[in-house]
Design a protein around this ligand. Structure first.
Ligand SMILES: [Zn+2]
Length: 605
């Protein structure tokens, strides 16, 4: 055990003070301790000089701490695994119960305060120490991590396909994270450092090659993979460094904390990994990319750093380039909607738009659409900023508006599009239509025999027409090239593991269903189980799906929008022609028991 603050009595002193050992016994115990390296009190027990209950009692009295006889308890292995095996072994400490934020940890030596600090730091939980016998801790660890379990696990692995499944990858990442966290010996101690000096430190003197920094970055990334996070946020505050992950659209804390004294080194290391950021510049925002491999899988991060009053704040967005292809049928489409959408996608030319605010999954849907329609005979080109999903058989171009090319030429969407047309494509995907020029070229391309897919930042489908018109595109062009507009939102879904039937739907919800002409006579309403379960981290919600609103252009609508471009009338007309609004699509998913009324109202109104 490492050095800790030992103000309390030693085992030997306690046994002698309580007159539990005579001189001869003491000598035998000490000889045995020297020979075996066992703990003093374990040897006393093994030699049957004092009973276990008495040993625990006198030690816990002397050190003013509760004790536990682990051999008499039934313990959930998952609780034990809250701390990595290596840490448990090194610290002779093992968690055996958890209540909310309080982790009960059985320890051989409760005087080792740093062990508690370290466990608390790594788990984010408060630690309540209990004194336990060394042998009982060893037996419990063996029980939980026994070799038979490992054998079954590896046999199962062999049955799987040679490709690394996501579950396996995740399990590996989890294991690796645990190992790496276990390797961060210094974390607990560093957290206690005086942080006042830190600001004066010269960035060039920060040791970014320290193995701890490297491990820390690895842990950050692996944790993101394990959580299936979309972003990693590293935020400096006055005297702490917060790490949060965006999972299913919501921010949540990581399972470990980063010592504040690592701040400079960590951010410097991230900058170095981008190969492009300025290490010494800490006053202006910077953008970059990091490419890494985790277990052979390539992962790319888009990194953005902004200066804050407490130092630089980092957001790392994970760009999924692992080759996991977006599939349209996994995006929560109702059957009639996907049928119509696929019909539009099968057209040889025209413009198809996906709309929604930032974070509504537009580019994911677009990638899935492209995957669904492309065939080997088509030439497919994309202009994206950035390229978010790798698509096989598709020529993907990353535009870079910051890249100056001569006088006032920049490599933006419009420029990419113009050059694309000389590359003889069949299908073109443009990341986003933001300006008149991009809109104009996209629509001209759609007019001249290309299928063009893009996104637009509007809240609903009919507004796309208004937006394009506001940009200055002629309504004739809009009416004649637009094929369909899909608006969407991402919504949280109920945890499949713990959701429960909602036998008491609110009048408000029933009214909304009736207003949207949704038949709920056969509805299967479900609600959040209060307190959730382990699988959903107590939230009752897990995972996401999308809700949609699809406007398909027909002759009547084309004629209508040549004269009318205001959102209101367009919307009325679209509904008259059978467009199911976002809210209605969402409410149908409520009747299917996938999500809640509140979730739909928050997302779609
Ligand atoms: Zn649950």
């Amino acid at each position: 055990m490492a050095q800790a603050i030992y103000r309390k009595k030693t085992y030997k002193e306690i046994f002698l003070d309580n007159k539990l050992l005579n001189d001869q016994q003491l000598q035998q115990v000490e000889t045995e301790v020297k020979k075996t390296g066992e703990f003093f009190h374990q040897v006393v027990l093994d030699m049957k000089y004092v009973a276990k209950t008495d040993i625990l009692k006198i030690l816990s009295q002397s050190w003013s701490v509760d004790c536990v006889d682990l051999s008499s308890l039934t313990i959930d292995p998952e609780i034990v695994k809250i701390i990595p095996k290596q840490s448990s072994k090194r610290y002779n400490a093992v968690p055996f119960a958890r209540e909310e934020n309080m982790l009960s940890v059985a320890m051989v030596d409760t005087r080792a305060l740093f062990v508690m600090d370290d466990i608390s730091l790594r788990t984010g939980l408060q630690v309540k120490p209990y004194l336990a016998m060394p042998e009982d801790i060893k037996i419990l660890l063996d029980k939980v991590y026994n070799p038979e379990d490992f054998q079954t696990a590896s046999e199962e692995k062999n049955d799987q396909k040679p490709a690394v499944s996501h579950a396996e990858f995740e399990a590996d990442a989890k294991e690796l994270t645990a190992e790496l966290i276990a390797g961060l010996d210094v974390m607990g101690d560093l957290q206690l450092d005086d942080t006042a000096r830190e600001e004066q430190q010269d960035i060039m003197q920060v040791d970014t090659s320290a193995p701890e920094v490297e491990k820390l970055v690895n842990v950050l990334i692996l944790e993101a993979i394990r959580l299936k996070a979309s972003d990693i946020h590293i935020e400096p505050y006055e005297n702490r460094l917060a790490v949060r992950y965006r999972v299913d659209g919501r921010l949540r804390r990581g399972s470990f904390k980063i010592p504040f004294s690592f701040k400079q080194a960590l951010i410097a290391k991230i900058k170095i990994m981008t190969n492009s950021m300025n290490l010494t510049e800490r006053r202006i925002p910077q953008d970059g990319r990091i490419q890494v491999k985790a277990k052979g899988q390539p992962i790319e991060f888009r990194v953005n750093i902004v200066p804050t009053i407490h130092g630089e704040s980092v957001v790392m967005r994970i760009l999924d380039r692992s080759g996991s292809t977006a599939q349209l049928d996994q995006l929560g489409f109702l059957p009639d909607v996907i049928e119509k959408f696929l019909l539009s996608l099968s057209k040889p030319y025209g413009l198809i738009l996906v709309c929604g605010p930032t974070g509504s999954g537009k580019s994911y849907t677009l990638s899935a659409a492209l995957t669904a329609i492309k065939n080997p005979d088509d030439k497919v080109l994309t202009a994206e900023n950035p390229v978010e999903y790798n698509l096989d058989g598709v020529v993907q171009v990353q535009v870079n508006p910051d890249l100056k090319m001569g006088a006032d030429k920049v490599f933006d969407f419009a420029m990419a599009l113009r050059s694309f047309l000389r590359q003889d494509p069949d299908i073109i995907m443009v990341g986003e239509i933001r300006d008149k020029e991009t809109a104009q070229i996209s629509m001209e391309a759609a007019m001249t025999g290309h299928l063009v897919l893009s996104t637009l930042h509007t809240n609903d489908a009919p507004s796309a027409i208004s937006r394009l018109s506001e940009m200055g595109v002629h309504t004739f062009l809009i009416a004649n090239t637009l094929e369909c507009v899909l608006a969407q939102r991402l919504i949280g879904t109920l945890c499949k593991n713990c959701k429960e039937p909602d036998k008491d739907p609110t009048p408000e919800m029933l009214k909304a269903l009736a207003e949207n002409n949704i038949d709920y006579s056969k509805a299967n309403f479900m609600k959040i189980h209060p307190g959730g379960c382990q699988k959903c981290n107590g939230r009752g919600m897990k995972g996401r799906t999308a809700i949609h609103e699809l406007l398909v252009m027909n002759e009547e609508f084309r004629r209508f929008c040549i004269k009318e471009v205001s959102a209101g009338p367009l919307r009325d007309m679209a509904k008259k022609q059978g467009m199911r609004p976002l809210v209605a699509d969402g409410l149908i998913k409520v009747t299917m028991g996938l999500t809640t009324y509140d979730e739909i109202m928050a997302a779609a109104t």
